[in-house]
Design a protein around this ligand. Structure first.
Ligand code: NAP
Ligand code: GLV
Length: 311
């Protein structure tokens, strides 16, 4: 008997996903959580933040597919069935969207956009000293699918880009740093630091007092990865001291960012509502269905997650 796919995401995303999946793979029955039906029918789970224990309750589950590039929302389940492979989403359109976000934020920081907006609100006409892009150093934490593309595009604009990874990496002539010593070196040279890391036990809280202290005075921080990468009080302290001059944050420990949170009204923090690179069903559904076909045909899976590594 053909296995069904369980779709579990926000309620409003069902209407956008189901027609895409049905159209591309008419033979695949799609059930939308909480309408699981007989749990024994479910072979595939396509999920975003599944309830702890949901995946373990599906006895014939063969493959877990993440609706996002990150998989921390799956790996945090204490009952995760560890024998079931997990595949994360790598969608070139999502990668391009993240690069747009990173380039947009780097450019507005580089071109003093926040300062000019503040000046405008006061009716001030004042020219600020402008560096060339080649004189502006950008450090990207993460040399993966997203970091690499953003790095390449920033380099194309002339920025002095370097990237940080766990293992030694080289791609497209990009300057790479690896490991603990590499992080120190990258931070020392980064006027703008952009976090594009997966959230793991090793990377949680990486945007901390210790990290900020290694940046040049007046550096700016962009976090488009996960809220738990950032130690919020440490950022507020670094902004208060002037050591960090601004931050752009797309992701937060609590989402939506609670009303009354100090980030909302901070003059040197830009808040966006986790939109840097949203999953788009029209481009992601064919990639997800290709993964299922590969699995059914016994071909190697692409973008398989290593749960021990955490990404
Ligand atoms: P990826 O391809 O798996 O790349 C991860 C990179 O991080 C790799 O270069 C990896 O090093 C590096 N890394 C991991 N742990 C490290 C450590 N302890 N020390 C140093 N480097 C480490 O992931 P991706 O597709 O680029 O996505 C990155 C993250 O972006 C996702 O996990 C997700 O949380 C976030 N994201 C956010 C949004 C949004 O809308 N805000 C959208 C999509 C994704 P190696 O190369 O050595 O393995
Ligand atoms: C979004 O945050 C993702 O992980 O794709």
């Amino acid at each position: 008997m053909a296995m069904a796919l369980l779709f579990r995401s926000s309620v409003d995303s069902e209407a956008r996903w189901k027609p895409q999946l049905n159209q591309l793979m008419p033979g695949l029955e799609v059930r939308v959580w909480p309408g699981v039906g007989d749990p024994a029918d479910i072979g595939y789970a396509l999920v975003w933040r599944p309830e702890p224990g949901l995946l373990a309750s599906l006895p014939n589950l063969k493959l877990i597919l993440s609706l996002g590039a990150g998989v921390d929302h799956i790996l945090c389940d204490p009952h995760l069935p560890h024998h079931v492979p997990i595949v994360r989403l790598v969608d070139p359109y999502m990668t391009a969207a993240m690069s747009e976000y990173v380039v947009l934020q780097v450019l507005r920081l580089h071109r003093h956009d926040l300062d000019y907006r503040a000046q405008q609100s006061e009716g001030i006409w004042r020219e600020l000293e402008q560096k060339n892009a080649t004189e502006r150093s950008v450090g990207i934490l993460g040399f993966g699918a997203l970091g690499q593309d953003a790095g390449r595009k920033l380099k194309g604009l002339g920025f002095d880009v370097a990237l940080w990874s766990r293992s030694e990496k080289r791609a497209d002539g990009l300057l790479g740093y690896a490991g603990g010593a590499g992080l120190e070196a990258l931070l020392r040279r980064s006027e703008i630091v952009v976090c594009l890391l997966p959230l793991t036990a090793e990377t949680e809280g990486i945007l901390s007092r210790r990290t900020f202290a290694r940046l040049p005075r007046g550096a700016v921080v962009v976090n488009a990865a996960r809220g738990r990468h950032l130690v919020e009080q440490d950022l507020l302290a670094a902004l208060a001291s002037g050591h960090v001059s601004a931050a752009v944050l797309d992701v937060f420990r609590d989402e939506p960012l609670p009303s009354g949170h100090p980030f909302w009204r901070h003059p040197h923090i830009v808040v966006t509502p986790h939109i840097a690179a949203a999953t788009n069903p029209s481009t992601a559904a064919p990639i997800i269905l290709d993964t299922i076909r590969r699995f059914e045909e016994g071909r190697p899976l692409l973008n398989r997650v290593d749960p021990a590594r955490g990404y």
